[in-house]
Write a protein that binds this ligand. Structure first.
Ligand code: HEM
Length: 481
C-alpha cells in the first residue's frame, strides 16, 4: 500500500490481495467516490443523471440507490439470458472477419474496438453501429468524440474550463446530446414497434435483445428501472463495456502472436469443438477451457482496468493498521494485485496453464473484473463475446507477429485514457501484429492430408506457421493499440 495524490486529494493505492479483499468487502467503510473523480462534469450531468438531476449512474452510486439500479438489471446479464445473444455475436464476428478479406493491413486495436462497439449496439439495442463497416458514420464519430473527451486530463483537472464556450466544449456537448438522442430514440422506437405489433396481433413476447429485457413486457418506456434511469443505464453499458472488452481482445491478439505454441493449442481446441461447424453455440463456448485460460491469463497480466480509482473512505477508518480519514481516495492497483509475488509463481510470465489447474485462483488474487458486491456486471457478457470471436477467428485466421514485433515488448501506452485503461502501446510506434487467413475447416483437413505427402515441397503452406508470414498470399497486419 502506498500514498499518492489525485490532484490535490490524498489517496491510497492498494497492491496486496488481502487489502483489496478488505476494501471490496467493507462497502460501509469504502464506498464509490463521487462521479467527478472519474469523469468530467458535462458527461456526468448529461448522461449519468436523470432529467431531474438525480445520480443515475450504476457505477458511482451507493447503498439503496445502487441496489435499486443493480437488482433489476442483474438478470439481463445472467448466463441463461446471455445465451440468446450468441447468434448476434456470431454475426458480428463474421462481419469483422469478412472486412479483413483482401486487406493487406488490419489495425487490431481499431478493429477490436469496432467489433466490441457493434456487439454492444446489436446486443443492447438490436441495431449495429455499423462501426466495422463504417456505415453508421455520424453516430460512430460522435461516440468517439465523447469517449475521447471523457477523460481529457485538462478538463478533469480544471473543470471550470467546461463552463466556457470553447469549441471543444461545444463539440463535446453536441456529441453527448447526439448520443443521448440515439439511446432515447432506440427506446422509443422499440415501444413504437411493440405498439404496432400489438395492433396487428403480432407481438413477439420473447425478448430479442437486452433492451427488450430491460423494458420488460408492455409499453412502459421506463421498463424495470426506476423512473428516468433507462438512458443513463444504457449509456453506462457502453461506457463500461466497450473499451474494456476491446482492449482485452487486443491484448489477447498480442499474446497469441507472441506465443505461437499457445495459439496452436487454442486453435486445435477451437477446431475440435466446432467440428466443422461455422458458428459456435451456447454449449460450445462452455467447452473451451484452454481458450478461456488464454483470455484469463491475458486479463491477469494486462487487466484493462488496471487501476481502479473509484473508491473513497466514507468514514474515518483504518486499513492494514493505517488510519484512513473520511474522504481519502482508495485505488486498487489491479495490475499489481494480479501479479503479486506472494500468490503467483513467475508472476510476469504469460502462462495460461495457471488457469487449467483444478484449483482456480482465489477470488481476491485475481481481480480483472474486481470482486465483492460491486463486481463487474458485464463480466460474463464480455467473456462470452471474447470466446465467440476467438473460436471463429482461430479456425479462420492465424495471428502472426508483424515484422516489427521482434522489437516489441509487452508495453502499454501512457495516454490520458491509461489513467484507468491499460492499453497496448501507441500503434504508431510498435504494436503491429499480422494475421493470416486460414483455409476452411474442410479444406484444412484436405490440405493437412495432402501435406503428409507434400511437406518437403511446401515450406510456405498455411499449416507451417514459421517463415510463411511474409510470403503467404493472404497476409494482413493487425495493429494492436
Ligand atoms: C474485459 C472486459 C471488462 C472488464 C475488464 C471490466 C472490469 C470492470 C471493473 C474492474 C469494474 C469495477 C468494479 C468495482 O468497482 O469494484 C467494472 C464494473 C462494471 N462493469 Fe465491467 N468490465 C468489463 C466489461 C463490461 C461489460 C461488457 C459491461 C456491460 C455490458 C460492463 C459493465 C459494468 C458495470 C455496469 C459495472 C458497474 C457495476 C456496479 O457498480 O454495480 N463491464 N467492470
Amino acid at each position: 500500500m502506498f500514498k499518492l495524490y489525485f490532484g490535490p486529494k490524498p489517496a491510497l493505492a492498494v497492491t496486496h490481495p488481502e487489502l483489496a479483499r478488505q476494501v471490496l468487502t467493507r462497502p460501509k467503510d469504502f464506498q464509490k467516490a463521487d462521479n467527478d473523480a472519474v469523469a468530467s462534469k458535462s458527461i456526468s450531468s448529461i448522461l449519468n443523471y436523470t432529467k431531474e438531476g438525480r445520480n443515475a449512474s450504476l457505477v458511482t452510486s451507493n447503498g439503496a440507490e445502487w441496489q435499486a439500479m443493480r437488482k433489476p438489471v442483474d438478470p439481463t446479464f445472467e448466463k441463461t439470458a446471455l445465451r440468446n445473444l450468441i447468434p448476434k455475436f456470431n454475426q458480428t464476428a463474421d462481419t469483422l472477419m469478412d472486412s479483413w478479406r483482401g486487406t493487406e493491413e488490419v489495425d487490431a486495436k481499431r478493429d477490436m474496438s469496432r467489433f466490441a462497439l457493434d456487439i454492444l449496439g446489436t446486443a443492447m439495442l438490436g441495431q449495429s453501429f455499423g462501426a466495422i463497416e463504417g456505415s453508421f458514420d455520424d453516430t460512430y464519430r460522435q461516440y468517439q468524440t465523447v469517449m475521447a473527451e471523457l477523460m481529457n486530463p485538462i478538463y478533469l483537472l480544471f473543470p471550470v474550463l467546461e463552463r466556457l464556450p470553447l469549441p471543444r466544449n461545444l463539440r463535446y456537448k453536441a456529441a453527448v446530446n447526439h448520443m443521448y438522442g440515439v439511446l432515447e430514440g432506440a427506446v422509443y422506437a422499440r415501444i413504437e414497434q411493440r405498439r404496432e405489433q400489438m395492433a396487428s396481433g403480432k407481438l413477439n413476447e420473447e425478448p430479442q435483445d437486452m433492451l427488450d429485457m430491460l423494458l420488460g413486457p408492455g409499453l412502459d418506456a421506463k421498463g424495470v428501472l426506476p423512473e428516468g434511469h433507462m438512458v443513463p443505464m444504457l449509456w453506462i453499458f457502453f461506457l463500461a463495456g466497450h473499451d474494456t472488452t476491446a482492449v482485452s481482445l487486443a491484448w489477447v491478439m498480442h499474446y497469441l502472436a507472441k506465443h505461437p505454441d499457445v495459439q496452436e493449442r487454442a486453435r486445435k481446441e477451437a477446431i475440435a469443438v466446432l467440428d466443422g461447424k461455422k458458428d459456435p453455440d451456447a454449449d460450445d463456448v462452455e467447452r473451451i477451457p484452454y481458450i478461456n485460460a488464454v483470455i484469463s491469463e491475458s486479463l491477469r497480466l494486462r487487466p484493462p482496468v488496471y487501476n481502479l480509482i473509484t473508491r473513497e473512505a466514507s468514514v474515518d477508518t483504518e486499513l492494514d493498521g493505517v488510519s484512513v480519514p473520511k474522504g481519502t481516495g482508495v485505488s486498487l492497483h489491479i495490475a499489481a494485485i494480479n501479479q503479486h509475488p506472494e500468490v503467483w509463481d513467475n508472476p510476469s510470465e504469460f502462462n495460461p496453464e495457471r488457469f487449467m489447474q483444478e484449483k482456480q485462483p482465489r477470488v481476491f488474487n485475481y481481480l480483472p473484473f474486481s470482486a465483492g458486491p460491486r463486481r463487474c456486471l458485464g463480466d460474463k457478457f464480455s467473456l462470452l463475446e471474447q470466446r465467440t470471436l476467438l473460436l471463429k477467428l482461430l479456425t479462420q485466421y492465424e495471428v502472426l507477429p508483424h515484422k516489427d514485433m521482434a522489437k516489441q515488448e509487452d508495453n502499454f501506452c501512457t495516454s490520458p485514457m491509461s489513467l484507468m485503461l491499460l492499453q497496448p502501446k501507441d500503434p504508431a510506434t510498435n504494436c503491429f501484429l499480422a494475421v493470416e487467413r486460414r483455409t476452411s475447416c474442410f479444406s484444412e483437413l484436405l490440405v493437412a492430408s495432402l501435406l503428409l505427402v507434400m511437406i518437403p515441397f511446401a515450406p510456405n503452406s498455411v499449416l507451417v506457421p514459421s517463415s510463411k508470414a511474409r510470403s503467404a498470399p493472404f497476409v494482413a497486419s493487425l495493429l494492436v493499440p
